[in-house]
Ligand binder design. Sequence first.
Ligand code: SF4
Ligand code: SF4
Length: 457
Amino acid sequence: MNISTLTKEQLKVSSYNVMFSTNHENIIYNTRTGALLSLDNKTSDAVLDILNSLEGRADYIETLLQNGFVIKQDFDELESIIKIHNNYMNDEENIDITILPSESCNLSCSYCFIYTQRDIFMDDITYDNILKYIIKQVKPFGNKTVNINWYGGEPTLSYKKIINFMNNLYEIKKEYNLKINSSIVTNGVLLSRDVFIKLYNAGIRSFQVTIDGDKETHDYFRKTKDGEPTFEIIFANLQQISELDSSYSFNFSIRANFLDDAEESMHGLLSTFNEKFNSDKRFTIYFRPIYNFNTDRKDIKAIENSICNLETGNKVQLDLEYAARLSQSDSNQMLDFIPKPIYSWCNVVKKNFHIIGADGTIFACDTLLVDKEDGIGFLSNEGDIVLNQNAKKWKQNFLVEEDNLKDECLTCTILPLCMGGCRRNWIMDKKKVCSLDMKVLERIVKRYVLENDMITG
Ligand code: SF4
Ligand code: SF4
C-alpha cells in the first residue's frame, strides 16, 4: 500500500485496536487482523501520537496500515466481518458431514450429555442415502472437498460399516475427483491396533479420544456399562498405535476435558502423555474447560459446583497448554496461544455442514443429538437433505438477523475473535454467552508477549 498519497483525512483508526501495558512495554493488538505490536516506551509514544492525530513518521504509519491498526477512511470494518462470516456460511468448496453410525455407547460416563441414548445403529439404506447426497452435491463439476467426521454414540461399535462406507466413498472420489478428509471421535476403548489399522486403511487419518484427567479422575467419570475403569485400556491401545512405524501418517489428538478442581489431575495426565508419546509427533494433547452442562439431571447437578467459569477455566487452560508445549522436545517454536480472528465460533452455521443421525435425522449441533424435536430435517431416500423450520435459526447470519441479542456484538471490540460465541445459547437459551472478555484477553496477550519475549522497537 502506498501511503505517500494518503492524507490524514483519508485515514481513520481501527475500531478493533486493544492496548495493554506491562512494566516494560506497550502492546497493541488488533482483533480483526490478529496483528500484534509490542513496543518499547519511546516507539509506543510515537505510535500513540499517530493513533491520536493520524500524523507522524511515514514508515510507522505504513506499518500501522499494513496491520490494520489504521485503515482507510472508506473501509467499513464491520461490513467486512459480516461478509467474511457470510462467505464462510455459504462455502461451496467443502461438504462437511458428521455421521453418527451408532447412537449407542459401550461406556456409561456419569456426565455424558447424550444421556438418553437412542440406542440405534445406522442401517445400510441410510449409508447409501448419504452417498447419494454427496454425489448430488458434487455433480456436475466435482473437485470438491468432502470432510467426513465419524461421531456418536461410539462410532467404533460400527467400524465395519464405516469401512464399507469409506470404500464406497473412495469409488465416488475416482469419478468426481474429490478430496476426502476423514476423522473419528472415539472413546478409544475399542480402538485396538487392529481396528485402528483397518480404519486407517479405509482413509481415516485424524483420530480423537477424550480423557478426563489422570487415571483416578478419568476412571471416576468414564466407566464401561459394567462399571469397569477405562483409563488403562485406552492408554494400552494408544501405546500400541504409537508403535506403528512412521509410514503410518496420522494425527491423534487427546482432548482433555477438565472441571474447576482438576488442575492437578490434568498435570498428572500431561506427565503420562509426555512419558508415553512425547517423542511421537503424531500425538498431541489439548485441554478444554467444561463450562456448562445445561441440564436438569441430578447426577450432573452434583458436580455443578465444579464447572469452570470463564476466567478460571481459561487461566487453567492456558497454564496447561503452555506446560504441554514447553515440555515438547522441539519447544523452540513460537508459543502461539493467542486468539486469532475467526470466521465463526463453530461450523453449525455452514450451509453445507450437517450432522446425520443413525436414522437419517439431521441435527445442527453435536450437543443436541437426542431429541428428534431438535432435528433440523431429514435425509430422504433420494439423497436430499430436507430441512424444516428449525434450520433457519441455525443457518442464518447472526450479525444481520432480527434479534437484538446481536446489538452488543455489533459494537464489541472482541467480535472478530468470538463471532457471537455458541449458537446453541442464542437459540435454546435465548441469551448469548461471551466466549472472551477484556480481562481474559489481556492476560492471554500479555502472557504471549512474555513467553515469546517479543519487543519490536
Ligand atoms: S452451537 Fe455451541 S454447543 Fe453446538 S457445536 Fe457450536 S459451540 Fe458447540
Ligand atoms: S458474544 Fe460477547 S464477546 Fe462475543 S461478540 Fe458478542 S458481545 Fe462480544
